[in-house]
Design a protein around this ligand. Structure first.
Ligand SMILES: Cc1cc2nc3c(=O)[nH]c(=O)nc-3n(C[C@H](O)[C@H](O)[C@H](O)COP(=O)(O)OP(=O)(O)OC[C@H]3O[C@@H](n4cnc5c(N)ncnc54)[C@H](O)[C@@H]3O)c2cc1C
Length: 409
């Protein structure tokens, strides 16, 4: 792969829209793929390609440049200055948070303390093209609340990118997925104003996303009118929260997370299957769910977080001293345990899965390390691959729901 077109052709595009940064691409929705894809509008250059996170990135080198000082490296979790389990003390934040509400709490804190002028967050919008997302600069508290909750779908950043010029002389913080953080780091490297004014990045741990057709199918499977959905969320309403959809006729459907993940046969995006970045290793603070019995059984929702430098740790400590959050101690090993499934997939199976995909003729993203040198049994990789493909096929021919019901009985 050597340009944006080859990323799209190889089905690796994440639909993130960062390649629109220099104005040489625009994003167009592709209904069959269920995501936005870039279309060339000018003479593309090397920078468009460098920014693209789907081609892979220098996760080891860049994280080392950013964080070696006062931080210890772990292949599983990246550079760590300090790790915690945290929960917001605000009832309003916890109500619609994915887990402990820490991402929203940090956003509000950075604005209140005037550390930044704006934060960049992502909310759902209800357009004539169905449910989509919008990423935007804001300093409005209500809009930050509106953006709460994990979006397990591709996020097209073209609106945010189009606004960067307007805001790049203001101090801002960026909230997003590991691949989005990688792209914004690349932009930061190439633009002195953004380098100076992007003061803080907060990433979520990430197990990948499915395309937008998955959302449509979830609505249909719950007998809701997709075109007329007026509210949608993947997470929120407690720990671990629930999917909630409400249509304009007043019908609604609620399913606990992660139960609904198997409701459709759609698999994660190909690029998400081939990812090595489980915890947003290039973000100053990374936040995930505390998948540990002692925290999951608690009435209070909790997040695990990693701060990667002193400045990030200071912010967490200030949040505690201002009584905005509760903090519990946790070891790195326990954080890894809480992310067992995702780490196994991204860090331990990385080599064997790549070998299989390469053998099958797939183009692969390029990372400079960040995974264990372990040979996971090929037989298991083939089995996992075939199960994904079978589910996708059943969904495509309209039999997934039927077969799933029979298996469940
Ligand atoms: C795609 C995805 C996959 C994830 N996979 C895992 C996982 O495997 N293991 C795990 O422990 N945790 C995972 N998480 C993280 C987890 O769901 C929560 O985001 C995290 O625990 C922080 O919760 P919170 O209550 O602090 O966030 P909230 O207070 O709910 O705030 C969430 C913030 O994240 C932003 N945001 C949400 N989704 C997106 C998106 N797709 N793109 C850009 N910004 C977004 C919102 O704008 C908001 O600012 C994933 C999150 C996402 C988005």
């Amino acid at each position: 792969m050597k340009n944006i077109e080859s990323v799209v052709k190889s089905n690796l595009c994440l639909g993130c829209g960062f390649c629109t940064f220099r104005g040489n691409y625009k994003m167009e929705y592709n209904h069959s793929k269920g995501l936005y894809l870039p279309k060339k509008t000018g003479d593309s250059n090397h920078l468009d390609w460098e920014i693209c996170p789907a081609k892979g990135y220098t996760i080891k080198q860049t994280s080392a440049q950013l964080y070696t000082q006062n931080a210890q490296y772990s292949i599983d979790l990246g550079y760590i200055n300090k790790q915690y389990v945290v929960s917001s003390k605000s009832e309003r934040i916890l109500q619609n948070a994915s887990s402990g509400g820490i991402m929203t709490q940090i956003a509000l804190f950075l604005l209140k303390e005037k550390i930044v002028d704006y934060v960049v967050v992502t909310k759902f919008i209800y357009s004539e093209n169905g449910i989509k997302t919008k990423t935007f600069f804001t300093n409005d508290i209500n809009e930050i609340f509106e953006a709460q909750g994990s979006k397990y779908c591709p996020v097209n950043m073209d609106y945010f990118i189009s606004e960067i010029g307007k805001y790049k002389f203001h101090k801002f913080a960026f909230f997003g997925t590991p691949c989005q953080i990688a792209a914004i780091r690349e932009i930061q490297r190439n633009d002195p104003h953004i380098a100076k004014n992007l003061l803080f990045t907060v990433g979520n741990f990430c197990g990948g996303v499915k395309n937008y057709n998955n959302i449509k199918k979830l609505a249909q499977r719950n007998k809701l009118d997709y075109e007329n959905i007026k509210y949608f969320r993947f997470r929120g309403g407690g720990q671990p929260g629930s999917l909630l959809m409400v249509d304009k006729h007043g019908n609604s459907s609620q399913t606990n997370y992660p139960l609904y993940v198997g409701y459709t046969g759609y698999s994660k995006l190909l690029r998400c299957h081939l990812c090595v970045d489980a915890t947003a290793e290039l973000a100053d603070i990374s936040c995930g769910d505390a998948w540990l019995d002692s925290y999951m059984e608690d009435f209070r929702p909790w997040s695990v977080i990693i701060s990667r430098n002193k400045k990030a740790t200071e912010i967490i400590n200030m949040l505690e001293s201002q009584q905005k959050i509760i903090i519990r101690e946790i070891s790195k090993e326990e954080i890894s345990k809480s992310q067992n499934q995702n780490l196994k997939s991204k860090k331990y199976r990385y080599l064997s899965r790549n070998n299989l995909y390469r053998f099958l003729g797939y183009k692969l993203p390029d990372f400079d390390g960040g995974y264990h040198n372990i040979d996971f049994p090929l037989k298991k990789e083939i089995k996992i691959y075939l199960i994904h493909k079978l589910k996708e096929l059943l969904e495509k021919i309209g039999l997934y729901g039927f077969v799933r019901n029979i298996i469940k009985k």
